[in-house]
Design a protein around this ligand. Structure first.
Ligand code: 5GP
Length: 132
């Protein structure tokens, strides 16, 4: 069965999309650790990130870098953190977590309330800042 992320990529489930290319897709996490928390996934569905072919893994990190730099530019972070865990959704993904201040808690399971309107705005702001 297709993963929830494959359904998002295929447009069967809505998301706050940020960017995509032929092989990768980035969208906001619906349970953000901080404003702008983004997931980056390969379009090819593989559960464990280290089962990805080398070139797909490298491409995933390169695409994540582009998105992270867009987050930094759009949202004025001090940097963007990276988490890979993958115990909830069996489709490899990179969490990009905007960090706004020293000492900001950055761990999965922490949730910040963000309104639908702000999620739409964040996706637009980040999407515009991601360089092709
Ligand atoms: P992990 O598998 O690394 O533990 O985390 C999976 C992440 O996917 C969680 O942070 C969760 O909030 C996010 N997530 C789960 N279902 C959906 C969904 O339908 N849409 C979006 N945008 N994020 C989701």
């Amino acid at each position: 069965m297709a993963s929830i992320f494959t359904k998002i990529i295929n447009g069967e489930i809505p998301c706050y999309k940020i960017a995509e290319d032929d092989s990768y897709f980035a969208f906001l996490d619906i349970n953000p650790i901080s404003e702008g928390h983004t997931l980056v996934v390969p379009k090819k569905e593989v559960d464990y990130i280290f089962d990805l072919e080398d070139e797909v893994l490298t491409g995933l990190m390169n695409f994540s870098k582009k998105v992270a730099l867009g987050i930094d530019e759009a949202l004025g972070t001090i940097r963007t953190g990276v988490i890979v865990e993958g115990m909830e959704v069996p489709h490899a993904h990179v969490h990009l977590v905007p960090i706004y201040f020293e000492g900001q808690p950055v761990s999965l399971g922490r949730k910040t309330e963000v309104s639908k309107e702000r999620m739409e705005e964040l996706a637009q702001l980040i999407g515009k800042a991601v360089k092709a």
